[in-house]
Design a binder for this molecule. Structure first.
Ligand SMILES: NC(=O)c1ccc[n+]([C@@H]2O[C@H](COP(=O)([O-])OP(=O)(O)OC[C@H]3O[C@@H](n4cnc5c(N)ncnc54)[C@H](OP(=O)(O)O)[C@@H]3O)[C@@H](O)[C@H]2O)c1
Length: 178
């Protein structure tokens, strides 16, 4: 199974964080919805899932009902502490998320965030492709995507595509040879 990590970066290279006064760009959200639809699934951390289903933004039913942007999509939530969340599949490790989607017949798994989840997949060498949307914003101290949080090491990647999404967002796609 192919795994694709989808993330937004800031223009100064941070792993972008969103907040009510710094929301994600519409173009980036639309791209995520399109990638999720194409894959038929996405994997997220428990905190990002809760952020996405914040009742002030969207109800939990709306996330998974037949009308919403994620209708019919297999949503996999990673948590070490929570066993069950209605309407989604909860798993305890990145490998379990991949095994579950693979067993369900998915060909691609889309890894949607947040930082802990993206870094767990990267550190464990479980990513075949990355899609970075570079947003037109600079941040101060923030989060990073790392292939190793303890040691310096590097991994060359191959540029597959580079295109503007609109509203000054640029999308970069890279292949990672495993
Ligand atoms: N730049 C982007 O593309 C992007 C995308 C999404 C989110 N974000 C940002 O990322 C931040 C949220 O990310 P986050 O790192 O705090 O949270 P997160 O990755 O969404 O969720 C973390 C939770 O996932 C579970 N978890 C983490 N690693 C795990 C593992 N290896 N196996 C099983 N479960 C695991 C734990 O849940 P339990 O505590 O329940 O055990 C942990 O508390 C926010 O600032 C958000 O705006 C950015």
């Amino acid at each position: 199974m192919k795994t694709t990590l989808w993330a937004t970066l800031t223009a100064n290279g941070n792993y972008a964080q969103s907040s009510p006064d710094n929301p994600p760009k519409k173009e980036a959200l639309e791209d995520f919805a399109a990638q999720a639809k194409a894959a038929g699934n996405f994997i997220v951390g428990r905190k990002t899932f809760q952020e996405m289903s914040d009742p002030s933004r969207v109800s939990q039913e709306e996330m998974v009902n037949t009308e919403g942007p994620f209708a019919g999509i297999d949503i996999v939530v990673l948590s070490k502490n929570i066993e069950n969340i209605p309407g989604v599949t909860v798993v305890k490790s990145p490998q379990e998320a991949i095994s579950y989607l693979s067993q369900k017949g998915h060909l691609t798994a889309l890894i949607g965030g947040g930082g802990d989840i993206h870094n767990s997949f990267l550190e464990q060498g479980l990513v075949d492709e990355v899609i970075f949307n570079v947003a037109p914003v600079l941040e101060g101290k923030g989060l990073n995507l790392l292939i190793d949080k303890d040691n310096y090491r590097f991994k060359a990647v191959r540029l597959l595509d580079c295109k503007p999404l609109g509203s000054d967002v640029v999308q970069l796609r890279y292949a990672i040879d495993r």
